[in-house]
Design a protein. Structure first.
Length: 214
């Protein structure tokens, strides 16, 4: 893949400009089969940025992140944690839906390392505009994009970390130091054998994030 950097307008000043440019991104092959680019959404002055994996089937159709079942669960968990939803911007590590066709069904496929790397410049550009105080890293794909290949969400979730001190490419994030916290992806809660316990553990992690914003 040639990477998203070739599609980012130089000197872009606003999230809306980035979003408009991302609609035409051909930085990797995922744009070919997906319906549309799904850019981040939320307040320009958001203090916390949530980073998921990639849009799902419903997000791909609607063009908005986290509007399907995982999104519903995430919003509930944000409410239960005490984080003000007005302080939240939500985006994904990869901005096109990757799937495999089985008959007429589109089956989610996790993005590969090349897609994560190709799409990462959009995330960098979003952070540079938003200058948040805190990143909430949802699941393994976002962790690969932001915390490096050896980070293990299950081992290190729920802990506030300085960032980008712990990042893979700190030099490309022109932001003052902020904090990051990793937790499980809301889709993993939906798939868990003990959904209630998994949900509570997600909320507990987000409560740690809430204290960082208090
Ligand atoms: N899962 C994600 O990681 N992102 C979305 O936008 C929806 C589901
Ligand atoms: Fe561009 Fe990212 Fe879509 Fe690939 S997934 S085409 S890099 S927006």
């Amino acid at each position: 893949p040639i990477g998203a950097e070739h599609f980012i307008p130089p000197g872009a000043r606003e999230l809306d400009e980035l979003k408009a440019a991302a609609a035409h991104c051909e930085g990797c092959e995922l744009h070919q089969n997906a319906t549309q680019t799904v850019f981040g959404r939320g307040a320009a002055d958001a203090r916390v940025v949530f980073v998921g994996e990639q849009p799902g089937d419903i997000e791909d159709q609607k063009g908005l992140p986290f509007v399907g079942p995982a999104g519903r669960l995430l919003r509930e968990a944000v409410d239960d944690s005490g984080i003000d939803p007005g302080n939240v911007y939500i985006t994904n590590a990869v901005k096109h839906f990757r799937f495999e066709l089985r008959g007429k069904r589109r089956i989610h496929q996790s993005p590969g390392p090349a897609h994560i790397t190709a799409c990462r410049p959009w995330l960098v550009a979003e952070f540079a505009q938003l200058r948040p105080e805190l990143l909430v890293v949802l699941g393994a794909t976002a962790a690969k994009a932001l915390l490096g290949p050896s980070f293990r969400v299950t081992r290190s979730r729920g802990q506030l970390m300085p960032w980008p001190a712990s990042a893979q490419h700190p030099e490309d994030f022109p932001v003052a130091e902020l904090q990051a916290l990793a937790t499980i992806h809301p889709s993993a809660v939906l798939r868990a054998d003990d959904r209630d316990a998994a949900y509570r553990s997600l909320v507990d992690d987000l409560k740690v994030a809430a204290t960082a914003l208090a």
